[in-house]
Design a protein around this ligand. Structure first.
Ligand SMILES: Nc1ncnc2c1ncn2[C@@H]1O[C@H](COP(=O)(O)OP(=O)(O)O)[C@@H](O)[C@H]1O
Ligand SMILES: [Mg+2]
Length: 243
């Protein structure tokens, strides 16, 4: 169910990559509004900028900056999350945004191989805290455990990621994404590395989370997966168009 208040608004985002003297314009004034509680799928050809868009929305990267120009349409665009202007945040604010407001799930999981499943899932709750804090992290540990239990990983807490199946790794990554209670889940081809059955289980988890009110923005190039969302948008020529 969605109400009519957007939780995430991107206005005229531009992102250009520079490789030596070659400039690659990826997003050209791309705009999107995601309503609270909505599940939006983002589709587009490989290389069209889907990951780039998600990285900007999740504060993993910043839009183009044009020195000396301050009007929104001259500085690579703006992102608002609720009442926060994400594109105006400094490094510390952006760290907090990444850690607490949004959760990120990647195609290739990006778990830390030297940490256990439980430690991986706790990690976002521990960033910025001292190594000693791990010893006194009962609340974070309990929250991570609850999530891992829920996703069927209660018997895997002390395993390392390389001892897990792909589906288990992705469920660990989803627990990690949720440990700080974000309002938006950003998922970049979350089933792209999984077989159909395991991918289906991950989508079932996402569907459940959506049912509980979590806002979801999911990149996929599979139209049958996209059709599970409330709404599908496409990136083409650096812009976002309704599908
Ligand atoms: N860090 C980077 N440096 C240079 N070019 C990049 C970088 N990241 C992505 N690109 C280029 O930007 C385009 C869009 O990439 P991406 O957002 O990953 O597309 P998608 O996720 O839709 O496949 C591609 O042409 C890609 O090669
Ligand atoms: Mg991508």
């Amino acid at each position: 169910m969605s109400s009519s208040t957007p939780i995430l608004v991107a206005n005229r985002l531009s992102k250009t990559y520079h490789m030596g003297r070659v400039t690659v314009p990826v997003l050209r004034e791309a705009s999107i509004e995601v309503e609270r509680g909505e599940w939006v799928a983002v589709v587009g050809l490989s290389g069209s900028g889907k990951s780039t868009l998600l990285h900007l929305l999740g504060g993993l990267d910043r839009p183009d900056r044009q020195p000396g120009r301050t009007a929104p349409n001259q500085r690579g665009g703006t992102i608002h999350f609720e009442s926060t202007c994400v594109t105006d945040l400094g490094a510390a604010g952006l760290n907090r945004y990444r850690a607490h407001s949004v959760g990120f799930v990647f195609q290739f999981y990006h778990l830390l191989p030297e940490l256990t499943v439980l430690e991986n899932a706790m990690l976002p709750a521990m960033t910025g805290r001292t190594p000693l804090a791990w010893l006194n992290a009962d609340a974070s540990r309990a929250k991570a455990k609850r999530l891992l239990d829920r996703f069927g990983l209660g018997h895997r807490l002390k395993h390392r990621p390389n001892e897990l199946s792909g589906g288990e790794r992705q469920r660990t990554a989803i627990a990690r994404a949720l440990v700080n209670g974000p309002k938006v889940l950003l998922a970049d081809e979350p089933t792209g590395n999984l077989d159909a059955k395991t991918g289906g289980e991950i989508l079932e988890v996402i569907r459940e989370l959506h049912g509980e009110g979590l806002t979801i923005l999911m990149v996929t190039h599979d139209s049958s997966i996209a059709s599970m969302a409330d709404r599908v948008v496409r990136i083409a020529d650096g812009r976002i168009v309704a599908e």
